[in-house]
Ligand binder design. Sequence first.
Ligand code: CAA
Ligand code: NAD
Length: 290
Amino acid sequence: MEIRKIGVIGAGQMGSGIAQVAAQSGYQVVLMDVEELSLRKGIEAIRRSLERFLRKEKITQEEADAALGRIETTLNPADFADCDLVVEAIVENESVKAGLFQTLDKVVKPEAVFASNTSSIPITKLASYTSRPERFIGMHFMNPVPLMKLVEVIRGYKTSDEVTKVVMATAEKMGKVPVEVNDFPGFVSNRVLIPMLNEAIQAVMEGVATPEAIDTVMKLGMNHPMGPLTLADFIGLDTVLAIMEVLHEGFGDSKYRPSPLLKKMVQAGLLGRKSGQGFYKYDEKGNKIG
Ligand code: CAA
Ligand code: NAD
């Protein structure tokens, strides 16, 4: 099984990053979203990231142009028909992902592999919405995709050995380090990370300290590159909440209860960096202000 053409669905922060690293690694890429505006923003993010690599002389102008030239955009799932691998990176919502995979199953060639970049939704469950659960796998990239080395590769109950091998090799070709894990709520990365972010949010709610103070404690005290509230804003508070809800339901354990403050902020549309406000405020380029 050879992977040559990769479809990426969702042109948000993760999908645009996945499309970028795939194109930089020589794959033909089709990038889809439901909104033309999201596609434009996604391509703009790719352009900005390539420019940063260019400025630091990590890539040449020819390489940047070639990568952009390998990405086509579409609003139509039928354009994925001849893709060898389709990576889904849309909103963290099981029913929305289920509807998408049911459509893809009908239009994408049967031998193609489906991968989800979900942060927490069971891969076995998502695979069950298709007729190819043995060719379905979790391919969990980390944010920001162009910089982060890890890809958590999650095997569903029926994922075949061959598909796992091909996806591990594809992640390596993209310059990443794949780590194979089993399908449990939150996998490894988010089972460990997200409860810590939730706890930091709970500490804000209880008035233990300001967001700035909590972030400084974790940055200077634990050498984390970003404090937990900056990181929660960076991931997206809607995504953090969705992951906590999957952990809470999946384990049935009250220790995973989402912080009421997190719920309230998401209800108010404060989603973090992508909406311009979360624990901090951001300009339209995503830089912290104030
Ligand atoms: N593309 C290209 N280059 C980029 C970039 C991008 N998208 N983003 C940042 N850079 C470059 C910058 O230009 C800068 O380069 P120089 O050092 O040469 O100037 C460098 O990367 C560092 O960037 P910054 O100075 O802006 O900021 P920083 O030093 O804080 O580093 C960071 C940024 C690498 C993101 C770092 O803060 C970090 O590692 N943060 C934690 C990220 C993390 O934990 N990610 C996992 C999130 S959880 C997840 O992904 C799973 C999930 O399901 C929720
Ligand atoms: P995002 O909100 O930045 O982007 C989601 C994109 O999907 C949007 O552009 C939206 O228009 C599009 N979309 C929604 N429904 C669609 C559909 N039916 N078909 C096509 N496009 C659709 O979200 P994100 O942060 O990029 O997260 C995407 C996925 O990646 C989620 O499953 C998330 O859990 C996971 N993830 C996120 C992070 C992170 O740090 N944000 C890290 C790893 C994994």
